[in-house]
Design a protein around this ligand. Structure first.
Ligand SMILES: Cc1ncc(COP(=O)(O)O)c(C=O)c1O
Length: 503
């Protein structure tokens, strides 16, 4: 960066503003000059321009280049040294700060790299990324229409469209929030409020022992929600799943009866569409029948599997989802919106969400505003400030259209099928099961173990393979693939191919 520019910016941010530039005599209060800008935006513009160049080169082009490393591994101790993390009284030059930007990018994992298969998200999405930049530049907060007119309407439009995709053609409600885990928490709280509205004012003293049901394969956020909301993790009844990871409906019904016989009050079932490890889809239609019979709130955690709804070929996996009372769906996963982008959608059309969460802060949600205050949607949220994450999905959806989103989803399914076929063909690889979704789970069995008889000792040895392979891959920077033990299964790889950059 030009050092004159840097000087100019630093000078104009001094404590003593130039009165000529400020066009009025200096105003001094408590030894602080009040007039004159403390930040020269023109100087900042050069800094931002240069940082954008670095972002484009290093965090976009290089990060997605298959010839580059997916990560540059360092231990936490080494990385602390490399980054020099101490915060000091005096600020640093812009030149140094730009070096720090480069370092932050350099030592970060490139989750947009074509060899990043570690998580349930991946890939570079240019439109969503630009939407994120716009959001960061404008710093909007989504509580009121008056500070976020555009993004309020955008969120409404995206939620409307997502509800339509789910099959709720006649309206409903919803909100974007900071994470699918939070969406699940919203669902548990909303279901409880629906069952027992007094809980909002009277707290736990107003409710009996409530029990919710979810499968053994569900995301851990369900039990966190139960702990956080005072339901208690022991009141999460874990329904067994079949060998493909799908909830067994008869087992659900038995557990509901068990809870009732104990004097507890069942209030909600969580069905998972796309389980985290195996990618299984619970049978929503059958679960919905049971929920209707017992008058239980049905929440579908489609954080991961919701993307399949965009595909005419694969949406059957969520058959019956329109019968759910609420759905959590993360466009930041397979659909590739920038993190975080998580919708919580509700079938109710009577304002349940608003009634459950509202606190009616009079400094923010004044009822005598000059515009239609139904557009002040912030009181449906547990947050006060809230990012307009829907914009990150809206801009890419506008750019790509539903058709291209569908193609992305179909491609991810096809990639999983192809990988599973390759795994089956290759010596030393063993598929855990045929994938139903994009989760391809397999063991790698090294040559030294291939001829050993199937035994507990063999599986104990196989259990140790994945961590070693993963360590080697990460230290080389060649690839990142997740692994985990699961139930009685020894460590296996779970590989997720989402990125369109992968070929
Ligand atoms: C099925 C399922 N539900 C919920 C979540 C939580 O989503 P988030 O990471 O946005 O909190 C995940 C995360 O992977 C998931 O797989």
């Amino acid at each position: 960066m030009d050092s004159d520019t840097e000087m100019h910016r630093k000078e104009s941010s001094s404590e003593n503003p130039d009165p000529v530039k400020a066009k009025c005599p200096p105003v001094l209060v408590d030894d602080v000059y009040l007039n004159g800008p403390t930040l020269d935006v023109n100087g900042a513009e050069d800094f931002i321009r240069e940082s954008m160049r670095i972002i484009t080169e290093d965090a976009v082009k290089k990060a997605t280049d298959v010839r580059e490393k997916v990560c540059e591994w360092h231990s936490p101790e080494d990385l602390k040294e490399l980054l020099d993390l101490q915060l000091t009284d005096e600020g640093e030059s812009d030149t140094r700060i730009l070096e720090r930007c480069r370092d932050a990018i350099r030592y970060s994992v490139k989750t947009t790299h074509p060899r990043f298969f570690n998580q349930l998200y991946a890939g570079m999405e240019p439109y969503s990324m630009v939407a994120s930049f716009i959001i960061e530049a404008l710093k909007p907060s989504l509580y009121t229409y008056e500070v976020s007119p555009v993004f309020t309407l955008v969120e409404d439009a995206v939620l409307r469209k997502m509800r339509e995709v789910i099959g709720w053609k006649e309206g409903g409600d919803g909100i974007f929030n900071a994470g699918g885990s939070l969406s699940n928490m919203y669902a548990v709280n909303l279901a409880r409020y629906h069952h027992c509205p007094d809980v909002k004012e009277l707290g736990l003293s107003a409710v009996p022992r409530l029990v919710l049901f979810t499968s053994q394969e569900c995301h851990y956020s369900i039990s966190k929600a139960a702990a956080f909301l005072g339901i208690g993790t022991k009141n999460v009844y874990v329904v067994p799943s079949d060998n493909r990871g799908k909830m067994i409906p008869t087992a659900l019904e038995e557990l509901i009866q068990t809870a009732k016989s104990e004097g507890a009050v069942p209030f909600m079932v969580n069905a998972t569409a796309g389980t985290t490890v195996l990618g299984a889809f619970d049978p929503i239609e059958e679960i919905a029948d049971i929920c209707e019979k017992h008058n239980l709130w049905l929440h579908v955690d489609a954080c991961w599997g919701g993307a399949a709804l965009m595909s005419a070929k694969h949406k059957h996996l969520l058959k019956g989802v329109h019968r759910a009372n609420s759905v959590a769906w993360n466009p930041h996963k397979m659909l590739m919106a920038c993190l975080q982008c998580c919708a919580f959608l509700v079938r109710d059309k009577t304002g349940l969400l608003q009634r459950c969460y509202s606190a009616r802060a009079s400094y923010l949600f004044q009822q005598d505003k000059f515009y239609d205050v139904s557009y002040d949607t912030g009181d449906k949220s547990v947050q006060c400030s809230r990012k307009p994450d829907a914009f990150k999905f809206w801009l890419m959806w506008k750019a790509l259209g539903s058709k291209e989103l569908e193609q992305r989803v179909d491609r991810a399914f096809a990639m999983a099928k192809y990988l599973a076929q390759e795994v089956k063909k290759r010596e030393g690889f063993r598929l855990l099961m045929e994938p139903e979704y994009a989760n391809v789970c397999f063991w790698y069995i090294p040559p030294s173990l291939r001829d050993l008889p199937d035994s507990t000792e063999l599986w104990e040895k196989i259990h140790k393979v994945a961590p070693v392979v993963k360590e080697r891959m990460m230290k080389k920077g060649s690839m990142m693939v997740g692994y985990q033990p699961h139930g009685d299964k020894a460590n296996f790889f779970r590989m997720i191919i989402i990125s369109p950059q992968m070929n």
